[in-house]
Design a protein around this ligand. Structure first.
Ligand SMILES: CC(C)(COP(=O)(O)OP(=O)(O)OC[C@H]1O[C@@H](n2cnc3c(N)ncnc32)[C@H](O)[C@@H]1OP(=O)(O)O)[C@@H](O)C(=O)NCCC(=O)NCCS
Length: 179
């Protein structure tokens, strides 16, 4: 991973997602996962879930903010295991560190929750996401054959073990956090 860690480029900010972000998130969801996007009701359930932690990156440099990325983590209270539920960045904003900033925030939240192991699933034909997860210390530990339908693509199960908690900043709120 590069030195810039979770920093965002100028003109963007990261904040906690809220249910009113559903339409923007669903637009990106369909653009990012054309064959296996979640439904709006699935995504709405995620944004409302008490076990979830969803964040978005939005623009700050023009009139109305535009959501250009989102990511979510889920873990049950007191459970030392968490799952990365999803992450996506709009195609025109990829390769600028936004995915890294979103993923850093999810792992920071996992540490705040005293999570020890984080799991995720990624398509076997998605080397870009795999490279990002590997850079964060995730390892491919299992394969679920033909998990992604209708494409019939395998899922890689990846896992990372988190270092013991350092007392860092608290979770970000619904309001914005300039990174
Ligand atoms: C995966 C995704 C979220 C990455 O977001 P991004 O903003 O482009 O990523 P960043 O610019 O922050 O780069 C983060 C890391 O990803 C990897 N990466 C990014 N672009 C890459 C590319 N073209 N080739 C290889 N690795 C790449 C690198 O490890 C990079 O770290 P580095 O810059 O320190 O080398 C984005 O590509 C995306 O939305 N893809 C479509 C949706 C998707 O596949 N989501 C994952 C589902 S499991």
């Amino acid at each position: 991973m590069s030195e810039s860690g979770g920093r965002l480029p100028d003109g963007l900010r990261l904040r906690r997602a809220h249910p009113q972000d559903l339409d923007d998130v669903m637009w990106l969801e369909h653009a990012s996962f054309p064959t296996d996007a979640w439904s709006a009701s699935q995504m709405s359930g995620e944004l409302y879930s008490p076990h979830g932690y969803y964040v978005v990156v939005e623009t700050t440099d023009d009139g109305a903010p535009t959501v250009v990325g989102y990511a979510g983590l889920s873990s049950l209270a007191g459970n030392p295991v968490a799952d990365v539920q999803t992450i996506a960045v709009s195609a025109e904003h990829r390769g600028r560190g936004i995915g890294r900033a979103l993923f850093t925030e999810l792992l920071d939240e996992a540490r705040r929750r005293a999570v020890e192991e984080v799991f995720l699933e990624v398509r076997a034909d998605n080397p870009v996401a795999q490279a990002m997860y590997t850079a964060f210390g995730f390892e491919h530990i299992a394969t679920r054959p033909r998990y992604y339908q209708p494409d019939g693509v395998d899922a890689w199960v990846m896992r990372a073990t988190l270092a013991p908690t350092r007392q860092g900043p608290g979770p970000i709120g619904q309001e914005t956090l300039d990174a």
